[in-house]
Design a protein. Structure first.
Length: 106
């Protein structure tokens, strides 16, 4: 992994610990996986509202786009935390899974 990427991952991981402490939650592996699934569901909701497939609940286009952006960020953030906590070397895994040339992300 590049230094910049690991720094982002580590900062997000620290923010996750702060969030968990604030809410009195122990960030176990099970909690992290379930929280990631929750965030995926929230992304679906934001997408449906943004794409006018669900009621916008009075939000304007800018608010709907921001909600979509925020949910993508939440999902990515929890994926980064999972990668750190599960000791996943994410860049080689992405290269392999997305059929990218070896070392193309590093």
């Amino acid at each position: 992994m590049s230094i910049a990427f690991t720094e982002v991952r580590d900062r997000i991981d620290a923010a996750c610990d702060s969030y968990a402490a604030l809410h009195g939650v122990k960030p176990t592996a099970d909690w992290l996986v379930l929280k990631t699934v929750e965030e995926a569901g929230e992304l679906v909701q934001a997408h449906l509202r943004h794409s006018k497939q669900a009621p916008d609940r009075g939000a304007d286009a800018l608010a709907l786009k921001r909600a979509l952006d925020d949910e993508v960020a939440d999902l990515l953030g929890f994926a980064l935390v999972l990668a750190k906590r599960f000791d996943v070397d994410i860049l080689p895994a992405l290269e392999r899974k997305w059929h990218l040339p070896e070392r193309s992300l590093r």
